[in-house]
Design a binder for this molecule. Structure first.
Ligand SMILES: Cc1cc2nc3c(=O)[nH]c(=O)nc-3n(C[C@H](O)[C@H](O)[C@H](O)COP(=O)(O)O)c2cc1C
Length: 415
């Protein structure tokens, strides 16, 4: 009976435990969580989502307050085009976050950063260039490009000194998306070092429509493998989305995946950034408590607990402080939805916006409880206490459970 530990992920001459903990913004995949994966010989991710706000809460900076102060007079204005990020502060926040992470790293594993293209920040190219370049400046081991096709992202950093040495990976959900990425970046003569194929059961934003249930991760990976063999391409393919047990992972590794990327199991780890009360909501949820909806202003469907406090809330857009989803023209689908409701209910003290959510504010406050499809099985991974709550497992326990378990068994943490 094979276990994950019988396999290794190879990058050049180096070998790693083939378990990657996926990036979970905003600050859900914490530095502490990523450090555990690296210490145990695998790969951990931090995320650069809303990194100035993350820096404020951990490194004693005041980036959010400063931005809000600068644009305060615009708060009641529906036009947000003037609200811009300071590129210098964005670079500083990224560097602080990565410096603190890399300084604390132990073990033989790696630390990557998850960079979502959909965080367009009212200046998509300029802000993404700064995020990517500062991550490399600060010594990150690898960058995972996500939430977008990233057709122009590599070109933004092609002149960086570390462009050919840093590990660069892309998350795709179809062969078509991979084709597009490779074709658009072909002139740079720089293939990705890994390809994460994220299927329809993942947490966060999905690269599928509301017909997500008609897709299957294994089928997509097989198609990608067949195409890569035809093209003579040999790039590690990493399976993500719904890998809940070590045996699920072995299934993918035996059929040619180089590693698995997992996240939902770690949302209830002690080291995960979600508040303790929210972790209990994840632990006790049932299958019927989870939905895939379209409230994210990014336009991608997102899976979450139906009880997420951010669903249906009608807060005023908070772009002067945050504004991470403003497109290059200062627009966000939540602002449009919010203004529509205000026009419809001019005398209401409080309004509710059902079709979109203010994702920046609600993710920052941990009020959108995104999760993978199998979150309802988390209750089988932790010990229930006499008061009905669950004791949180350590990230090390979960990592080792993936690494060593067989026959779909899930080891409960020791008492
Ligand atoms: C709470 C949570 C937040 C996530 N946030 C992000 C994110 O910010 N960027 C991203 O690319 N993927 C995100 N994901 C997706 C994970 O990185 C990962 O690929 C996926 O969830 C793996 O499937 P699993 O959760 O079934 O193990 C998130 C997943 C979860 C559960």
């Amino acid at each position: 009976m094979k276990k994950v530990d019988d396999f290794r992920l190879r990058f050049g001459k180096r070998e790693y435990v083939p378990i990657m903990i996926g990036g979970m913004g905003v600050d859900i995949s914490t530095v502490e969580l990523a450090l555990v994966a690296a210490r145990l010989g695998g790969i951990g991710h931090i995320s650069d989502a809303m990194v100035p706000a993350v820096s404020d809460s951990h490194y004693d900076t005041g980036f959010v307050a400063e931005k809000l102060k600068k644009y305060k007079r615009n708060v009641a204005n529906t036009d947000k085009s003037m609200v811009q990020f300071s590129l210098g502060q964005l670079a500083e926040a990224t560097r602080l976050h990565i410096d603190r992470t890399m300084e604390a790293r132990q073990g033989e594993g790696l630390i990557f950063i998850n960079c979502m293209e959909k965080l367009t920040m009212n200046a998509p190219r300029e802000t993404l260039r700064v995020r990517l370049a500062s991550a490399m400046d600060a010594g990150i081991d690898g960058i995972t490009l996500s939430a977008g096709l990233h057709l122009g992202s590599l070109a933004l950093i092609a002149d960086h000194a570390r462009f050919r040495d840093v590990k660069l990976g892309i998350i795709v959900s179809s062969l078509r998306a991979l084709h597009l990425f490779l074709r658009k970046n072909a002139r740079l003569n720089r293939l990705p070092d890994y390809i994460i194929v994220e299927g329809p059961l993942a947490g966060g934003h999905l690269g599928f429509g509301l017909d997500w249930a008609s897709y299957d991760l294994k089928t997509i990976i097989d198609e990608i493998h067949r195409w890569m063999t035809q093209e003579g391409l040999n790039i590690p393919v990493i399976a993500a989305g719904g890998v809940f047990t070590g045996s699920d992972a072995v299934g993918f590794l035996e059929s040619g995946a180089a590693a698995v990327q997992v996240a939902t199991r770690f949302t209830v780890a002690q080291e995960c950034g979600l508040p303790a009360k929210t972790k209990q909501e994840y632990l006790k949820c049932r299958e019927s408590d989870i939905e895939v909806n379209t409230i994210s202003p990014t336009g991608y469907p997102m899976r979450m607990l139906k009880k997420s406090p951010g669903i249906g809330a009608g807060i005023r857009p908070n772009c002067e402080a945050y504004g991470y989803l403003l497109d290059g023209f200062g627009k966000c689908a939540y602002i449009t939805a919010y203004n529509r409701e205000v026009d419809l209910h001019p005398d209401a003290d409080k309004i509710s916006v059902k079709d979109k959510t203010c994702l920046c504010t609600h993710m920052r406050n941990f009020d959108i409880w995104t999760c993978g499809h199998y979150a309802y099985r988390l209750k089988d991974t932790a010990r229930q206490l006499p008061d009905g709550s669950f004791a949180l497992p350590s990230a090390e326990h979960i990592f080792h459970d993936y690494q060593y378990s067989t026959e779909h068994r899930i080891a409960l943490p020791p008492i």
